[in-house]
Design a protein around this ligand. Structure first.
Ligand code: NAP
Length: 257
């Protein structure tokens, strides 16, 4: 029916990278609950299939594809599939990150730096570059980068990763004024410790957590939904005067910001 088609065309279309688990999946769900059509992706097809099935069961309009954000062809495929399926792009959530290194920064190698900067920073920018012309066709859009509280205050052992997360704070500031004339807002979210596989080494260790909780006002790790909701908020009209900002969601972590 015509009414249905009109409704469809009003839906915002959101690409969320690394969205088959953790924060990305929660962001996809939160955007979907607000009525967006979402495109989930990650490296493994089985994970994509599982996330699509899960979100569909929660009445979210969703499609999915594999995309390793560090691979240029994959990035282009992600855009192509989004356009073929939903006909446009309004929202990009750049959430993917890797951390292949733990130790003294002086022991990190060129390979470590290439990998971390390529996936965590360069891919975020190159994806932005791919989506902007499509957002402009729709009269504007929203981009959200997922940084970390470690981007403000590095955590021991995670030097190169934390530097990559600081770079995203800079990228947000650099792109916001450049894209504002196109009615595209660029923001960033910096989570504290959130209960996902990525951070399991932290929250699975009781001694580490007891020490860590001393820095928190809210004495627990966060849930992915507590970040997904912030990301989705930044893409709504309620956030229409917010650009170039990073919102920290850390349970009131002190001594880090
Ligand atoms: P997670 O639950 O472990 O999920 C990671 C997701 O990323 C999975 O869907 C994984 O699926 C996908 N993925 C991994 N490498 C990828 C790549 N190269 N390209 C595309 N997808 C990839 O992780 P998370 O904790 O939600 O982390 C998400 C973001 O939050 C990251 O940017 C991280 O730095 C940031 N963050 C997390 C915390 C925390 O405490 N958890 C704190 C601050 C910031 P596949 O294996 O199928 O690729």
């Amino acid at each position: 029916p015509k009414e249905y088609v009109q409704q469809q065309s009003c839906r915002k279309v959101a690409i969320v990278t690394a969205s088959t688990d953790g924060i990305g999946l929660a962001a996809a769900r939160a955007l979907g609950k607000k009525g967006a059509s979402v495109v989930v992706s990650s490296r493994r097809q089985a994970n994509v299939d599982r996330a699509v099935t899960l979100l569909q069961s929660q009445n979210i309009q969703v499609t999915g594809t594999t995309c390793n954000v560090g691979n240029g062809q994959d990035r282009e495929k992600l855009i192509d599939i989004t356009l073929q399926t939903y006909g446009g792009i309004d929202i990009l959530i750049s959430n993917a990150a890797v951390n292949p290194f733990f130790g003294n920064t002086m022991d990190s190698t060129e390979e470590v730096w290439d990998k971390i900067l390529s996936v965590n920073v360069k891919a975020a920018f190159l994806l932005t570059k791919l989506v902007v012309c499509h957002m402009e066709k729709r009269g504007g859009g929203n981009i959200v980068f997922v940084s970390s509280v470690g981007g403000y205050q590095p955590m021991p052992g995670l030097g190169p990763y934390c530097v990559s997360k600081t770079a995203l704070l800079g990228l947000t500031r650099v792109l916001a004024p450049e894209l504002a004339p196109s009615n595209i807002r660029v923001n960033c979210v910096a989570p504290g410790v959130i209960k996902t596989r990525f951070s399991s080494a932290l929250w699975e260790n009781e001694d580490v957590m007891d020490e860590f909780k001393k820095q928190l006002s809210i004495k627990r790790v966060g849930n992915p939904e507590e970040i997904g909701g912030v990301i989705a908020f930044l893409c709504t009209e309620d956030a229409s005067y917010i650009t170039g900002e990073t919102i920290t969601a850390t349970g009131g972590m002190s001594g880090r910001l």
